[in-house]
Design a protein around this ligand. Structure first.
Ligand SMILES: Nc1ncnc2c1ncn2[C@@H]1O[C@H](COP(=O)(O)OP(=O)(O)OP(=O)(O)O)[C@@H](O)[C@H]1O
Ligand code: SF4
Ligand SMILES: [Mg+2]
Length: 320
């Protein structure tokens, strides 16, 4: 059984569907890269998995998000509060917006442990020191009393990872966790995530614009375009021989294939505005292979090996 199985997830703003048909699977210890142009729906998908969509603006309109076999979509907010932090942790691009600036780092970790696990003050403090050590903060016993502004950008990002891992979640959702950091610190934080995966068996969803990061970090890859998953499967297969023209276009315009600083390249044409997608295949206005059949919507289907692709021409030929 997958640790996480997302099926047919759709998210709407009012009557406009922003994201739909999202199917994702994640096993323990797996790092899944989620890539796609700006506005393709990566962040709102991640927020929907944690049921953290902005209230009154966005909502899940259908689908399921099974974590360890339990669907999170119908859960009450009180039940979700227990899931967040305990079963799933989340880290973001900007630690400043998610660390409390007037609360000591150690207290932010300890509070979560005390709230969720009912740990004593002393045990929670011990856990906070241990977590700061695990994420590579020097002199953790001395630093637990520091405030976030006393840490450098990279250290703050590490501290946010420590807060996210306070109650030992099995799944970490990381939305562009290194984008705001300089290249050396980026590499350190990514190494830390992989190290935590190895030591704790943590599964990670890593949202990134950087194909170099994908090449170095991920086991599997899901490529989003205009609110849908276009292709997903083992990273190696997608990077070596993409089945979907959109994945192919992303890789083709990339300057040096797995260069660490390689950002998602510009593909000719513009992505559609959210919620007003073209009929049929959403990529057809920009697709070099588009044909008449592309006016019909392609389903995400097996496209050879363990990969799935949503393209009429990606499926392996049927046996005669
Ligand atoms: N609160 C909201 N109300 C209405 N539309 C929204 C809201 N939040 C996001 N959207 C729209 O949903 C679409 C997907 O946004 P999202 O932030 O998930 O994109 P993204 O793939 O994470 O992009 P980026 O790579 O720039 O972070 C965008 O078109 C965005 O304008
Ligand atoms: S379905 Fe058609 S338009 Fe869409 S990616 Fe495939 S070939 Fe291109
Ligand atoms: Mg985003």
């Amino acid at each position: 059984m997958s640790l996480l199985a997302v099926r047919d997830l759709a998210i709407a703003a009012g009557r406009h569907l922003l994201v739909e048909d999202i199917d994702l699977d994640l096993s323990e210890g797996e790092v899944l890269g989620l890539v796609g142009e700006s506005g393709s729906g990566k962040t709102i998908t991640c927020r929907a998995l944690m049921r953290l969509l902005p209230e009154g603006q966005l909502r899940i309109t259908r689908g399921s998000v099974a974590l360890n076999g339990r669907d999170l979509v119908p859960l009450s907010e009180a039940a979700m509060r227990k899931v967040r932090g305990v079963e799933v942790g989340m880290i973001f691009q900007n630690p400043n917006s998610h660390l409390d600036p007037v609360m000591r780092i150690g207290d932010q970790i300890a509070e979560s442990v005390r709230y969720h696990e009912g740990a004593s003050r002393a045990d929670a403090r011990k856990r906070a020191i241990d977590l700061l050590r695990q994420v590579g903060i020097p002199d953790p016993a001395g630093r637990i009393s520091a405030f976030p502004h006393e840490f450098s950008g990279g250290m703050r990002q590490r501290a946010m990872i420590a807060v996210a891992l306070a109650c030992r979640p099995r799944l970490l959702i990381a939305d562009e966790p290194t984008t705001a950091l300089d290249v050396t610190v980026q590499a350190q934080v990514l190494r830390l995530l992989l190290d935590l995966r190895d030591r704790l068996g943590l599964a990670i969803i890593l949202v990134t614009h950087n194909l170099g990061v994908v090449a170095q970090t991920c086991d599997s890859l899901a490529v989003m375009y205009a609110g849908r998953v276009m292709e997903r499967g083992p990273k190696r297969d997608l990077l070596r021989a993409p089945a979907h023209p959109y994945t192919e276009a992303l890789l083709k315009c990339q300057p040096g294939s797995a260069a660490p600083a390689a950002q998602l390249p510009a593909i000719p044409g513009q992505p559609p505005l959210a919620g007003v997608f073209p009929e049929g295949c959403r990529f057809h206005p920009r697709c070099p292979r588009a044909a008449g059949i592309c006016r019909e919507r392609p389903a995400l289907l097996p496209a050879g090996g363990k990969r799935l692709a949503a393209c009429h021409f990606a499926a392996p030929p049927r046996a005669a």
